[in-house]
Design a protein around this ligand. Sequence first.
Ligand code: C5P
Length: 244
Amino acid sequence: MPVKGELLYEGKAKRVYRTDDPDHYLVEFKDEATAFDGLKKGTIARKGEINTRLSALFFQMLAGRGIPTHFIEQTGPREMLVRAVDIIPVEVVARNIAAGSLAKRLGLAEGEPLKRPVLEFYYKSDELHDPMINNYHIAALELAAGDQVEAMEGYAWKVNELLTEFLKPANLVLVDFKLEFGLHHGQVLLADEISPDTCRFWDSTSGEKLDKDRFRRDLGGVEDAYEEVLRRVERLCLNLESVG
Ligand code: C5P
């Protein structure tokens, strides 16, 4: 078992620890939830466990289909061993259907399918409240090299395709999601988490929201929604031998 060493980073939803191997970190998922730039705070029962399991399953599925990720193995109910990365301070958001900040900014009705999917970059900075940026800003601020930005874009499009198809038989629509990438010995790896905290999942029949919007918008049934996504994804994985 990896040894939990020095706490390297504590964010809103996770803690990252060093281990006895300089190439590996341990990520611990918390039940705490925040929204609106930290203004809204709360706890979602079992969120840490659910997001650990879901992230593990998604990362394994994606790794099996050619996306390099930081994930190594789940080491506890709310803990995973990952490759040590330096996070690139750029959040990559992919969108298939208008929702959230895009619907608001462009005056689109929430739920309107986009004619073609959209990718956006945001500068990861609490101080600046994660402003939206483009490739020019990334280059000007030297947040990532040109080939690293290309890699992030390519992986984000591929993840969008793979995850959208993967979730279809579970009656889940992938509305939008946010990815983070990190550098491990110079290689761009998909990092962070993939969960109802970072994706919008809608039931494809009822349109019911099964993600963090239930918390953000006080819709109730937050825990049940997270549990439901996990149940459906676990069922999918049981049916797919390729995912461990
Ligand atoms: O709020 P917005 O509509 O821009 O969010 C787009 C997607 O990115 C949503 O799935 C949301 O959960 C995710 N996101 C995130 N972390 C952020 C901002 C957005 O996971 N800091």
